[in-house]
Design a protein around this ligand. Structure first.
Ligand code: AMP
Ligand code: MG
Length: 328
């Protein structure tokens, strides 16, 4: 049986494709002259993406709760009426006619926050800052069963589709536990999927590291100390969103570090679940900075973990040791 026979995967892939198409349409309309503080595009795309994906999941799996980043409370405020109308228009452009009230209901299918034996987790737009800069962002969706990630879909609309699809942008990564990781061009889900594999770099000094653009999301100074300790001279590559998991999964980077910027911050499950399974199924390893596996069984946050370390597997222990040395 092909992994594409999984109904969960099929629904997730198609929903992520639709949501990504709205995100692209909204992102492409961002005007250079726009006020930097104006977050309307991300507001519209974020809610629209969540609405479309929650609707798709609820239709096929009515009993599955969804732990997603947004809820409709603010969107229902009178001052957000224009955003709601714009979302309605973007959804209609996909051929889905609906009321603004129904859009809010779809969004709120995603407001489960507690753990459940079987549930989905969704980041409708991960990397909102990258989205506004017209750079990297991701739509990340995963199915959790008893705290294990079983299915993951990670859409990176601005990442190169891959070697087989010259010059195309839009990589749709996916994985099913135990069945490998794959990528498709976002614009052609009928293409032949390409297998995704991490790099074979075992010599730490040759490794390429990636991290968040935002120093508020990951400590850049500690990561540069860790790189020095590992003998890595290449500068880290900075990109927003779970696209970082995608680049490690297909061997374009060997390490992704997310180092706590303050005590007490706990990572959100939707910022990781999609990416984690893609990297693991591509042969890589993911843990927190203490080497503990990420515990997705606790509801919306990784309450038992600190930071995140992603590698091609070969480098994992060396990276953990270097982090210890620099006092992470
Ligand atoms: P990135 O694009 O990798 O910078 O990550 C974006 C995500 O960082 C957002 O979706 C937020 O949920 C998350 N975030 C917000 N504050 C923090 C923080 N202090 N530490 C780590 N992640 C954060
Ligand atoms: Mg996020």
């Amino acid at each position: 049986m092909s992994i594409l026979d999984s109904q969960e995967l099929q629904v997730a892939l198609e929903a992520a494709r639709q949501a990504s198409s709205i995100c692209r349409s909204v992102q492409s309309a961002i005007d250079e002259a726009m006020e930097k503080q104006d977050r309307s595009p991300v507001t519209v795309a974020d809610y629209a993406s969540q609405a479309i994906i929650c609707k798709a999941i609820r239709e096929v799996f009515p009993d599955d709760p969804i732990i997603a980043e947004e809820d409709s409370k603010d969107l229902r405020l009178p001052e957000n009426q224009q955003h709601l109308e714009r979302i309605q228009a973007e959804v209609a452009a996909l051929g889905i006619a609906t009321s603004s009230d129904e859009i809010c209901q779809w969004i709120d299918y995603g407001n489960q926050q507690e753990a459940a034996p079987r549930c989905w987790t969704l980041d409708p737009i991960d990397g909102t800052k990258g989205f506004l800069r017209k750079e990297q962002f991701a739509v990340s969706l995963a199915l959790l069963v008893n705290g294990q990630i079983e299915v993951a879909v990670l859409s990176c609309p601005n990442l190169a589709a891959g070697d087989a699809w010259d010059h195309q942008r839009g990589a749709l990564f996916y994985a099913v536990k135990g069945q490998g990781a794959f990528v498709l061009p976002l614009d052609d889900l009928d293409a032949q999927p390409q297998t995704v594999r991490v790099s074979g770099t075992g010599n730490a000094s040759m490794a390429r590291m990636c991290e968040s653009v935002e120093s508020g999301h990951s400590d850049h100074s500690l990561s540069s100390q860790a790189l020095e300790h590992l003998g890595i001279t290449a500068d880290p590559v900075r990109l927003d969103s779970q696209a970082k998991y995608g680049v490690v999964a297909r061997g374009e980077a060997d390490i992704y570090l997310r180092l706590p910027t303050r005590p007490g911050y706990h990572e959100k499950i939707w910022d990781h679940a999609g990416g984690v399974l893609v990297v693991e199924e591509a042969g890589g390893r993911v843990s927190d900075v203490d080497g503990k596996p990420l515990d997705f069984s606790l509801g919306s946050r990784l309450d038992e973990n600190r930071g995140v370390v992603v590698t091609n597997g070969l480098l994992h222990d060396q990276v953990l040791a270097a982090l210890k040395e620099v006092g992470v």
